[in-house]
Design a protein around this ligand. Structure first.
Ligand code: FRU
Length: 481
């Protein structure tokens, strides 16, 4: 890729032109995954927000659609969610797609009353192609809270009502409604729990099964205050009864320990599957990253599940299974003694920066998975037993000049206690996603190298045996693109 398209990912969504941030309104309907997103069609930096729109059938091949929601007299269109109203509770029609979003009113903001954010709805009867804003907007006026935004709505079957999970400055407030129009405050959560290095944003509440038991998961993005600086997404596990969320742990946990996964939430209307993706960026430098014609992309879609360990529940995120038909094996060995270094350069060289590597090996003191290019740049992914950390080091990964905190080594405490290490690593042009220990510790980082990684060396501190290594290309053409 050259010129204005340099750094464009192939199988991650990015807008053809201009700025994007948070994924919004993620809803599955009639075989199609809808992805709306915070979009500024007037430039490549953040500005007056619209909802852009893209669709996919396989979560990897994306088609960008016309803008779905434009600013109006109530404000610009901030983040929110979408649901399918199967029972026509709102009266817009059976199976109407209903978007619930924050209106952000700049005039009120300038008046400094703090009342500039409130929740509104819009509906579509043609699968997200065209939208009508509800005449009674806003449906949830501002009660006097400066940061009052990012509604995530779900149907709560036990109580036969809609639940809205809303970010309200330093906490989450839950609201309920029979019809998506009249909202009643239920409770709030979190003012004295979790990370508070920044304002709370973009929450999500959903349940997962763990050994037959229903566990509720609450995702909360914060900016700043992430584990490796800037913005990141934490989560809580607990119970929810339609009124209150009660946490079952006080341990601090993060959906993704890397620098570049923010404001991620899950798709609605996917049955028992919980599919997540985030904005693959960080507010610390999002407006400065060196792409030319657009800025921003999403992470790949990840399926969430729970792992229990003692009294704790941990989120597992793995690439969705829809990736399988796109993978073409280029190299595979099992049970090989690698000594202290294994050189796999000849296998990744032809792959032009788009590939997946799966690696499992016995735990050794140190494992460095070192990627280099002909420009002398380097990215290292690894595990350090002394500190029990996974890491991604992008200190010398290419162009890092646009922001002083970008060139950095990011670390994540290991959660798994297994004697075997597992890495699953996905590269797509200018991003790397690391799913270690089958998704128990996840790290996502972007980088801007001047050429593709064409050498790969795996270095360990002791002579060890690799149980498994596979290299795959990710080939979208197989899906007729
Ligand atoms: C999170 C966020 C949201 C807000 C949106 C504005 O990245 O700050 O809280 O709705 O971006 O674009």
């Amino acid at each position: 890729s050259a010129g204005g398209e340099k750094y464009r990912p192939a199988f991650h969504f990015s807008p053809k032109a201009h700025w994007m941030n948070d994924p919004n309104g993620m809803v599955y309907y009639n075989g199609v995954y809808h992805l709306f997103f915070q979009y500024h069609p007037g430039g490549t930096t953040w500005g007056p927000m619209h909802w852009g729109h893209a669709t996919s059938r396989d979560l990897f091949t994306w088609e960008e659609k016309p803008i779905a929601l434009y600013p109006d007299s109530l404000g610009t269109i901030f983040s929110g969610s979408a649901v399918i109203d199967k029972d026509n509770t709102a009266g817009f029609g059976k199976n109407a797609m209903v978007a619930i979003f924050t209106h952000h009113n700049q005039k009120i903001e300038e008046a400094k009353t703090g009342l500039h954010q409130y929740q509104s709805i819009a509906y579509s009867k043609d699968e997200g192609e065209t939208w009508t804003k509800y005449k009674g907007n806003p449906v949830l006026p501002n009660p006097g809270i400066t940061d009052f935004r990012d509604p995530k709505v779900m149907w709560f079957e036990q109580g036969k009502k809609w639940i809205m999970t809303l970010a309200t400055k330093d906490r989450i407030t839950f609201y309920s409604s029979p019809d998506l129009k009249a909202w009643k405050r239920e409770s709030d959560f979190g003012a004295s729990l979790g990370a508070h290095g920044g304002v709370w944003e973009c929450p999500d509440l959903f349940s997962l099964k763990s050994n037959g038991k229903t566990v509720w998961v609450l995702l909360v993005s914060i900016n700043p205050g992430g584990p490796n600086g800037g913005s990141a997404t934490q989560y809580f596990t607990g119970s929810f009864d339609g009124n209150k969320f009660v946490p079952n742990s006080t341990q601090q946990k993060w959906v993704d320990y890397g620098a570049d996964d923010y404001a991620g939430v899950t798709w609605s209307n996917t049955g028992d599957r919980k599919i997540f993706l985030g904005w693959m960026n960080n507010w610390q430098y999002a407006n400065q990253v060196p792409t030319k014609t657009w800025r921003g992309a999403t992470t790949i879609a990840r399926e969430l599940s729970l792992e229990s360990a003692g009294n704790e529940y941990y989120l597992r995120s793995m690439p969705v299974r829809e990736i399988s038909p796109l993978l073409k094996s280029v190299y595979k060995v099992t049970n090989v003694s690698i000594g202290k270094e294994l050189d796999l350069s000849s296998h990744i060289k032809p792959l032009n920066g788009k590939f997946k590597i799966d690696l499992s090996l016995a735990k050794s003191e140190k494992v460095d998975i070192v990627f280099e290019n002909r420009d002398g740049e380097q990215l290292i992914i690894g595990y350090d037993e002394k500190n029990n950390n996974f890491f991604i080091d992008r200190t010398r990964s290419g162009d890092t000049s646009f922001e002083k905190g970008f060139a950095k080594k990011h670390i994540a405490q290991r959660i798994s206690k297994s004697k075997n290490l597992k890495f699953s690593i996905i590269f797509d042009e200018a991003s790397v996603e690391l799913f270690s220990d089958n998704g128990l510790t996840v790290m996502t980082d972007i980088f801007f190298s001047h050429s593709f990684w064409d050498t790969l060396k795996i270095r360990t501190s002791s002579d060890i045996k690799l149980s498994d290594i596979s290299v795959w290309t990710i080939d979208l053409k197989k899906r007729g693109r």
